[in-house]
Each structure stands twice: as structure tokens, then as C-alpha cells.
Unconditional design. Sequence first.
Lengths: 375, 304
Amino acid sequence: MSDPQPIIQIRNVSKRFGKVTAVDNVNLDIMAGEFFVLLGPSGCGKTTLLRMIAGFELPTEGQIIIDGVDVSDVPPNKRPVNMVFQSYAVFPHMSVADNVAYGLKIRGVGRGEREERVREALELVKLGGFEDRMPDQMSGGQRQRVALARSLVMRPKVLLLDEPLSALDAKLRAQMQFELSDLQDQVGITFVTVTHDQDEALSMASRIAVINKGEVAQLAGPSDLYEFPANRFVADFVGSVNIFEGKLTLDEPDKAAVDCPGIGKVYLNHGVTGPHGADVWVALRPEKIYLHVPGEGKAVRAAAQDAPDGHNFARGVIKGMSYLGDITLYEIKLDSGEMIRVSRPNLSRHDQEDFTWDDRVSMHWRADSPVVLLS
Amino acid sequence: MAGGLQDWKQHKRPFAAIAGAPLFWLLLFFLIPMAIVWLYSFGENAGPADIAISGTLENYKRATEWLYLSIFLKSLAVAALVTLICLIIGFPVAMAITFASAKWRPWLLLGIMLPFWTNLLIRTYALMMLMGTNGYANKGLGALWEGASWLRTLVGMQPLEAWTPVQLLYNNFAVVLGLVYVHLPFMVLPLYAALDRLDKSLIEASLDLGAGHLRTLMKIVVPLAGPGILAGVMITLIPALGAYLTPDLMGGTESQMIANVIERQFKRANDWPFGAALSFLLIYAMFVLIALQSMRRDKGREAH
């Protein structure tokens, strides 16, 4: 991250397959040493974008510049990037060592250096001693490590990873998330990963580009993406969120208010710079809403004193509950008839009985919790 | 797959009920006639329509005489050449079908299988008409020849002498060409099956690691399609070795194959025991080929 020079520059890149536009005029700068994640639902064009960086697809329009060189027309075997495939693509008829040595042999690296580098790469992915194994004697997680070693041994400028964790079970996936981050720190190579899993993206990335319908919906760091989503798509795709439509009634540098038919008057302690009276949306995350027994809420809210009376407050009836161990998720029908989701940490082991089906509850939230979205 | 096999092992009776009828069919109409012919090969003619099975090895002794052995070896050489040509043509064809778009693939496969819808005899005659001295092949060559001749007169050179049709039929060339034409689908289909199963990302991974297309083909595609290539070779080689119709119709006197000799023993020569011995010599040779193939396969499996 000491080098501010972008290692990959994507300039006005579009990709069309017949009449379908998979990638639509994307501009991205990926910095050297970053752990960059392309996040989006399936079919959003994120994999096509990755494959264009690798060279397996050529852009219909635009340029891809890697380390200052325009590679738009360069075939994959001549690009300074390597890819870890979703299916791992470990050559089944070669031993682990032969798999890892494959690219070095092509590059003409001498036998002694080759063996040394293969050993180092396998050590790096914690597969030391597995040199003579055949891929069909290994687990999925181990095969993925072989694929990683096979790419890293080439010392690429950028390592591309296509849904690297999607085929692993939940426990192993969590472990690999940390290992991939560690590995990236160790080797200092720029990682570009494609995923549809927001947890994966938030936990590993230094920056995330959320892709929707072939376009970049937002480019931000993990916490900015979660706390300051730019639009409804990002707010909804990253994490869980309640969204209410409303009209902007107050917008000053240090405060704003939105009148939502669904949830009442929402007050914010900062301005939103939207046109007065415009249709906007308020996004409120389930964990940022406090739940009370009716009557109790007023006192708590008075203590917070960060919103004028009659704002940031709603009432409803619990219609659904999911006990998830660490938290409980409540589905509440507001007096307006709309539904809202509220999550609540189970602080005490005896907490779970506090609220139950058909209980009447009141809710409040702080003035710095809601996000106003203009699109 | 394993679950299915377990079911068969546990439910023997329904399995036997389903397998019984075809097994009975094979036994009655395949194994028993084969056994009779096999017994004939140890017999001798006792009269115009009588065969005494005396256990003699005389037929086999005669069958391995150079006269017959040379035709046998020639048949093997022709079949091997046909198989090689089919492989050289069939591999790119199978690759092309594999990488064709989903819209085109069924039509291309249909194109490969279309010849099977026409009788072999009719296809062979059609090919013969094409290759005759007045056929389209010769007419096309003639037109080219005359075109070249006309070009020569344009630049002031002497015209070529008049075109004499080339003898394309009734020789070894015609037999090989006819056999390649007939057997090409047998090669393409197993190759296609093997290549289609191949994970395409393996090819991309090879390119990604810096390999060119030729190296990717030789180091990744061909080794992984190996079992399919072997299957295609066997499925082409065995029927080509026993080919009868094509050499009979398209070959000349010098392009006899072993099946034509066998046919003569059963018909014109009326020497069934000797014909049976020749037939079984061919079958033994095929057994050896199949045994070699399965040995190779087992070896391949152990290596993994």
C-alpha cells in the first residue's frame, strides 16, 4: 500500500454477449497490494470482469491496463496475472509438485530453482510434504491450496480468485478467509476476488466494488459500505436492512428529517443535501433499533435526547421470532401496517423470554442510525 | 453410482428378472452359434454338407500359412492406417464440436450420426459413384486441369495435354478411403464424449500459467482424453479389421482383406471348418487387443 500507483486500471470497459450487456462501462482503479473484492449477485457481471482481467474474455469496448501496459488484446498466457479457478482446475493427471511446477517449466526455470520454489510455495499454503500426492487423494480444501500454490509460485503481479471459498463447508470457509488475508499480507501480491457472499467480502477486503447489472453500484471499504451505502441496492445487498419510502421535510447542514408513512418521522443529526420535498428512502439496520415494553421506551428516549419529540419512534406487534443463539430476530408489524425487522443481542441467558409473539412493543433508534438514500 | 451397485447386490432377484431375458437372448443367439462355429474350426469336411468334428488342428495350421497370414497382417495394417487417419481427422472434429456453442452442438452431432441412418451398402455405392472414372471427383479434377491448361495459354505457354481420368476405385487407396468414411463416426463419438467431460477450466488454467495452445493440447487435453482416445481406437480398429463390404466392393484383386477370404471359404470354397478357423484366428487377435486395452486401463488406475 506504499505504492499509490494503480496496478490495474479498468477504463470504460464494456462486454456484450450478443444482445446481453454483461459489463457496462466500468471504471476501476485497483491499487498495488490491495485485497480487492468484486461483490454482487450471480449474473451481475463480476466474473466476466475478472475473466477480462485474466484475458479469457476480451472487452467489447474500453481498455484494461495492468502495471502501466495496455493488455486489452494480450492473450491470457502472456499476462502478468494468475487465476485461482472456482473449480480449482488442479490437473488431475499430475502430482501436486508437477501441478505447481507446470508454469515454471513453461517459463524455463531451471530444475534446481524450480524444485526450491515449488517447495516454498507448498510451505506457504501449508502443504509441505504433499509433493507426491495425486489430486484425487486430496480434499477440496487441499486442492484449493494446490491451486493457490500453483498461481503464487509464478509470482504474479495480481492474483485473481474466482469465488475461492464457495465450494468449502462453513467452518473451513471461515478459516480460509483468515488464511487468505494472512497469505496476502505475507506475499504482498494484489488479490482480486470475486464473490457473491457479503460476509466473505466484508471480512477479507480492503476495498469492495459492489456490482449490479454490469455497473459499479458503489466502491468503498467494508465498514463504509455497510454504514454508508450509496443506494438501495447496496444497502439491501450488503447486510440486512429495513427500507422505508418518505419525503425529505428538513435538510440543514447539521440536521435532516424525513416523513415516512411506514415508520413515522425520522430525524438525522446530519444533513443529506437532497432536494427539499424529494422522494427519498430511509434505510435502518435491524441491529440499530432498540426494542422496549410500551411505556418504558419514553424514559429511555428522553435520556438519549438526540431527536425532537415524536421522531425516531414507532410502535408495533411482534409477528415472528427467530432465535439464532447470539441474537434473536424479530419481525414486527408496525401500526402503519408495514413490517420491520429488529435484531437484539441475547445479553443474558434468560433474556429470550422478554418478548414473544403478539406482544405490543415500542421501538426507537438514534439520530445517527438511519441512512437517507436518494436512489 | 456406488449406491446403484449396492442396490443390485442387495436386491438380487429383481436384478436377475431384468437381466435374465437379455442374457438368455445372448446365450441362445450369440454364444451358442459362436460355440458351434468354434467347434467347426476343429473339424473336417465329411461330405458336401457334412462336417465331422474330429479335433484336428489342421485348419489352424493351414490358416497360419504365409498365404493367409500375409492377408491377415495386411488387413491389420490397413485397419491400423484407417484408425490413424480417423484419429487425425476425428480429434479436431471432436474438439470443434466440444467448443461449438450450445445452439450448434446438437446439429453437429446429428451431422456425425446422420450416415448411420442410411444403409452401409447404399452409402458405399454412393461413394463409388462419386469416385468412378466419370464421377464428380474426376470431373472436378478434370475442370481444374483444364483451368490450368487455359491459364497456360493465357501466358503464351503450350496447353496441357487432354485430361485422362484417374483410377480412384478398385485399389488399396479406395479401400482405405471407404473404410475411413465408414468408421469416422465411431472415432468421433467416443472422442467427443471424452472431451466434453473435460473440465474446460483445466484448459484455461494451463493457458493462465503461460502455456500455449499446442502445449495445452499435448500436456493437458490429450492425456486427460486418453481413455476416450483408446476407446475410439479400439471401436474403430476392431470393425475395420473385420471389414468385408468395403474391400469387396471398392477394392481390387490385390486389396482383399481377411473377411473376404473367410467369406470365400464359407461360400465358393464350401470349406466351413477352414473358414471357421480363419474367423476364430481373427477373434483371438481381437481378444488380445481388448486384453491389452484393459491391462493398460488397470495400470492407469493403479498409477493414481
